[in-house]
Design a protein around this ligand. Structure first.
Ligand code: AMP
Ligand code: ZN
Length: 494
């Protein structure tokens, strides 16, 4: 099959598991050659942990594959820089505001610091930037407009300078709509005997706008006084602003199904009176540690720097190995992090890269050979596409890549003709580098040894500089090292 035909064929055979219907469905975009996708981005008050990385790596593969199939993809991933409350039940704090108190920084310094960290980390992991990365603080006016619309429709009420979504009214109007993503049953939702903020009419009513305390620096003027927007309204606002009232794919981690995605959808249905916001809702399952969800709030998490920090100088640990490890589980399965799994991934990664290097340097002895082995390149390309087109089954694709790797490393290339070798080379590169986004680290052992010595010296030099309190130079060195994947964790030195 011609390359174009592979793309054409797989466009019409791509299946996506839709959380709405709980089924795999053939993917049909709203506009023929275009795909609109919205993914809930981070709340920038912390460095990403490995679980967050799993979600963003998974959507990166989805983005890459849709582009590979020839779609023009508009990928919108927001930054939550205000309004993510710790919870909705009592007067909880905004996460960023709370962190600014803890770190003794302005909220916007927190936002800036962790947005930089987020971008650096995703860059190290070879996650492509989205097409648009809107922020909540950049869309206050639009959010106020939508809240006013909800008040007009009697789906929201103002009280004491805050505005809440009125869930009981919404359910009266749209009896079956709330719960379609999370599959939560109404009686389960409303019979919780938890205490909740007294000013709210109902326990499950959620904030659209919060009155800012007098000392709260993050506040904007609104028809209801000074305040800041709630978390869920920002995503409804920004997704529809950039992708339209209905778009193709909406995604996030599975923990966002409820309440976040359910609330996003309720707001959209209330405002636009359409049956859905996105046609396909995709959710990445959790990365766990010791069987429990990785999460900053419980302290049960690891960061990329924990994997790199000690290992970089002793052995060749590359962020791509972590990426490869993550993609060896299907995104819909829970994945429990283990050192053993990561070490196995390291071996697998090196085998695949070795096979690609052999292919690259291969010189055929004769140009015409007939197939005298059982490795059929065309069949192999087909099954690789089938795997990735089957709800982005990266572990199955990697199994097929290992099959080709075994064939290449076992010196069997002399047995197939040159055109097939070229095809194998081309599609190995497509699948490994372009679609899975794995990177090759291509310096030789000798250079690598020298580099390690240089890095150690630089880190030692930085320690001396810190003792002299030369923060400008020491910060610069840390940033430069971060750009090449080396994260330094400072201990107090005085
Ligand atoms: P947050 O900044 O907490 O909103 O998280 C950013 C993204 O990471 C969201 O899509 C979350 O659903 C996702 N996420 C959080 N924890 C995990 C985890 N343990 N495994 C996978 N994804 C996660
Ligand atoms: Zn969101």
């Amino acid at each position: 099959m011609e390359e174009k035909n592979y793309q054409q064929y797989n466009r019409s055979h791509l299946k996506i598991y839709n959380s709405l219907t709980e089924k795999k469905e053939f993917f049909k975009p709203i506009h023929k050659d275009h795909v609109g996708i919205y993914v809930c981005g981070p709340t920038v008050y912390n460095h990403l942990h490995l679980g967050n990385c799993r979600t963003f790596i998974s959507f990166d593969v989805i983005f890459r594959y849709l582009k590979h199939l020839g779609y023009k993809v508009r990928y919108v991933r927001n930054i939550t820089d205000v309004g993510h409350l710790e919870n909705e039940y009592y007067n909880a704090e905004d996460k960023i505001y709370k962190k600014s108190r803890i770190e003794g920084l302005e909220p916007m310094e927190i936002v800036h610091k962790y947005t930089l960290s987020f971008h650096n980390l995703l860059n190290i992991l070879n996650v492509l930037p989205p097409s648009i990365e809107p922020t909540a603080t950049g869309h206050i006016i639009e959010q106020i407009d939508l809240i006013q619309e909800l008040i007009k429709k009697k789906l929201a009420y103002e009280i004491n300078g805050s505005v809440y979504f009125d869930l009981k009214e919404y359910i009266k109007l749209y009896p079956y709509a709330y719960g379609v993503i999370s599959k939560n049953k109404m009686d389960k939702l409303f019979h919780k005997k938890l205490k909740f903020l007294e000013e709210k009419r109902g326990f499950q009513d959620f904030s659209l706008w919060k009155k800012a305390p007098s000392n709260h620096i993050m506040n904007w003027s609104s028809p209801w006084g000074k305040g800041f927007p709630g978390w869920h309204i920002e995503c409804t606002t920004m997704s529809t602003k950039y992708l339209g009232e209905t778009f193709d794919i909406h995604g996030g981690g599975i923990d966002l199904k409820f309440p976040h995605h359910e609330c996003e959808l309720a707001q959209a249905i209330g405002i636009y009176n359409k049956s859905c916001l996105a046609h396909y809702w995709m959710h990445i399952n959790m990365l766990t540690l010791n069987g429990k969800k990785m999460s900053k709030s419980t302290g049960n998490f690891l960061e990329l720097k924990d994997l790199i920090q000690d290992k970089i100088c002793e052995k060749n640990f590359y962020p791509s190995i972590f990426r490869f490890y993550i993609l060896q589980s299907h995104y819909r399965n829970i994945m429990d992090f283990s050192d053993k799994g990561l070490m196995d991934a390291e071996k697998g990664y090196h085998r695949i890269i070795k096979a690609i290097k052999i292919l690259r340097n291969f010189e055929p002895k004769t140009s015409e050979k007939t197939l005298i082995n059982n490795f059929n390149v065309h069949h192999w390309i087909n099954i690789c596409y089938q795997a990735i087109s089957d709800d982005f089954n990266t572990p199955l694709l990697i199994t097929h890549l290992f099959q080709a790797t075994g064939f290449i490393i076992n010196n069997s290339l002399q047995n197939i003709n040159i055109s097939h070798i070229n095809l194998l080379k081309k599609y190995m590169v497509y699948f490994v580098f372009d679609i899975l986004g794995i990177q090759e680290t291509n310096y030789h052992e000798e250079n690598s040894k020298k580099l390690k010595i240089l890095i150690k010296r630089l880190i030692k030099f930085r320690t001396e500089i810190r003792k002299q309190k030369n923060w400008i130079v020491s910060d610069r060195i840390r940033q430069e090292l971060f750009h090449i994947g080396i994260l330094i964790h400072d201990n107090k030195i005085f």
